[in-house]
Design a protein around this ligand. Structure first.
Ligand code: NAI
Ligand code: 15L
Length: 268
């Protein structure tokens, strides 16, 4: 399949910025969208996910969408509802109306954050593990995955839902040593998700080939993703400063880490 023209939502954000740099190297032509201006990109579309008319215009003529826009951490329910739940719905409706073929949806480990981490000898966490969100934020990612399934089953709109681990320039915690997705591997994975053959709705985990991996990358590799990086290269100073993970500490025993143990933000 030839490299498609892609709308990148959330283009001003952390992952949006790295994909703006790296995806053109794979031959993709990008159209950018964010609610705030995108530095160095005067042609970027400034629009909120609540603006259906702007979304419809933004998706017109693109082959695919990489949907990163939204609140990327826990927040009051009303804010998550508007940006992540309603916003993702508006984007899928615009995509359906304009005949977009595929969406790569930035889901998160927090959609399944209450899943216990496997201990030594246990199988890796499969993509089929039930949704167990750890926050309203994680709940919005579970919703996004289910929305993607609905739009595939009802409308034939394909999605790869990528449950991203921690995508930062380098891992910063012992938890990150298992969840890290390097910027270069992030671009490799998104490229694979955009260009793989038939995907229907496919859920994958998004991380590098970390020595301390706790989840199963099989479905990501099936798209053609071949991760090249391993957080272990950064492990020594992190472990020296923080110690090895304590499997009896709730913040380290469940996939969502501190999201699981932080006090909940109730609706108000
Ligand atoms: P970020 O917070 O840096 O970027 C999100 C972008 O979305 C921002 O530029 C923001 O202005 C934009 N945005 C927010 N609400 C919007 C709205 N209503 N309309 C239009 N644009 C809006 O987040 P980051 O780290 O770049 O993450 C990108 C996506 O990946 C997010 O959906 C996040 O939940 C997901 N993700 C990121 C992980 C990471 O480690 N960075 C891990 C798991 C998931
Ligand atoms: C996420 O979903 C967040 O967007 C990101 O900022 C990190 O907190 C990441 O999860 C994580 O679990 O480390």
């Amino acid at each position: 399949m030839p490299a498609p023209t892609v709308l990148l939502t959330g283009a001003a954000g952390r992952i949006g910025t790295l994909l703006r740099d790296l995806l053109p190297g794979y031959g993709h032509t990008l159209r950018l969208l964010d609610v705030r201006p995108v530095e160095g990109a005067p042609d970027a579309i400034t629009a909120d996910l609540a603006d259906r008319d702007a979304l419809r215009e933004a998706v017109r003529g693109v082959d695919a969408i990489v949907h990163l826009a939204g609140i990327s951490l826990e927040a009051p329910f009303e804010k998550i509802l508007r940006a992540n739940i309603e916003g993702t719905y508006h984007l899928y409706e615009a995509a359906r109306e304009e005949g977009v073929r595929r969406i790569v949806f930035a889901s998160s480990n927090h959609a399944v954050g209450h899943t216990p981490l496997p201990r030594d000898g246990d199988p890796l966490i499969p993509v089929g593990t039930p949704h167990r969100p750890d926050t309203f934020y994680g709940l919005s990612k579970s919703f996004g995955e289910d929305l993607a399934q609905l739009y595939w089953d009802r409308h034939g709109l394909e999605t790869v839902s990528v449950r991203i681990g921690s995508c930062f320039p380098r891992p910063e915690s012992v938890r990150g040593l298992s969840l890290w997705l390097s910027p270069a591997d992030c671009a490799r994975l998104v490229h694979a998700a955009l260009t793989a053959g038939h995907v229907g709705h496919t859920v994958v985990y998004g991380s590098s080939a970390n020595t301390r991996l706790r989840w199963d990358l099989t479905s990501a590799r099936a798209l053609g993703y071949e991760p090249q990086d391993d957080a272990e290269a950064y492990a020594a100073p992190i472990v020296a400063a923080q110690g090895e993970p304590d499997p009896d500490d709730p913040a380290q025993a469940l996939l969502g880490g501190p999201f699981v143990t932080d006090p909940p933000i109730w609706p108000h």
